[in-house]
Write a protein that binds this ligand. Structure first.
Ligand code: IMP
Length: 196
């Protein structure tokens, strides 16, 4: 089966394929499916935004579409940036600008506990919807560390591994990440849905 990923993020595409290929499911990009969909993420929850994205791409492509809505929720900041993680600090900031702003806003704050959340939704052309959530607890580092990954990876620290997400290999990250866990739960639901 082939699913279209409702995202322009190549790293997310690679992470999804790494996990779902085990099920014989191929995930392709919007470009490969011949669509280019801009979805306004107007929801206030990961569930709502994930559904908005998957539904829009399913309708545009006529193919089953999968979306991940994810973000970083920091306890000392009341759960921010949360669903606004990609837009934290405004459109002029890049990934490094956003995590620097986060470090600035965390100066003197405690606790430094946080979690990444991912909600995966798959919309089928017949109207069926599958959805799964995954969370990964960690803390906010005092300074960025590591080169791999994307987004807030350099400042998201896993105390048990003494490393940030950006210091893990893709396989190590997938094994514990919010997206890895959501995909695992999604994989179970998809297997049942496909009657395997
Ligand atoms: P989305 O693409 O609308 O789901 O936005 C998610 C945003 O949350 C991304 O732009 C990143 O800033 C952040 N994010 C989500 N997952 C990760 C991750 O695995 N590592 C680092 N940042 C992430």
């Amino acid at each position: 089966m082939k699913l279209v990923l409702a995202s322009k993020n190549k790293k997310k595409l690679a992470e999804m394929n790494e996990i779902l290929s085990q099920l014989g499911v191929e995930v392709c990009s919007e470009a490969e499916a011949g669509v280019d969909v801009e979805v306004e993420e107007t929801g206030t929850t990961f569930e709502e935004n994930s559904l908005l994205k998957a539904k829009a791409v399913m309708e545009a492509s006529g193919m089953p579409a999968i979306a991940d809505d994810s973000g970083l929720c920091v306890d000392a900041l009341g759960g921010a940036p949360g669903v606004y993680s990609a837009r934290y600090g405004g459109p002029e900031l890049d990934d490094a600008g956003r995590y620097r702003l986060l470090l600035e806003n965390m100066r003197g704050q405690s606790p430094r506990t946080a979690k990444f959340v991912s909600v995966i939704t798959c919309c089928f052309p017949n109207g069926d919807v599958l959805s799964a959530r995954g969370e990964c607890p960690g803390t906010i580092a005092f300074a960025p560390m590591g080169e791999d990954g994307f987004g807030y990876d350099p400042v998201f620290f896993i105390p048990s591994l003494k490393k940030t997400f950006a210091q893990l290999s893709p396989q190590e990250k997938n094994a514990i990440s919010h997206r890895g866990k959501a995909l695992e739960a999604f994989q179970d639901k998809l297997e049942k849905y496909l009657g395997r």
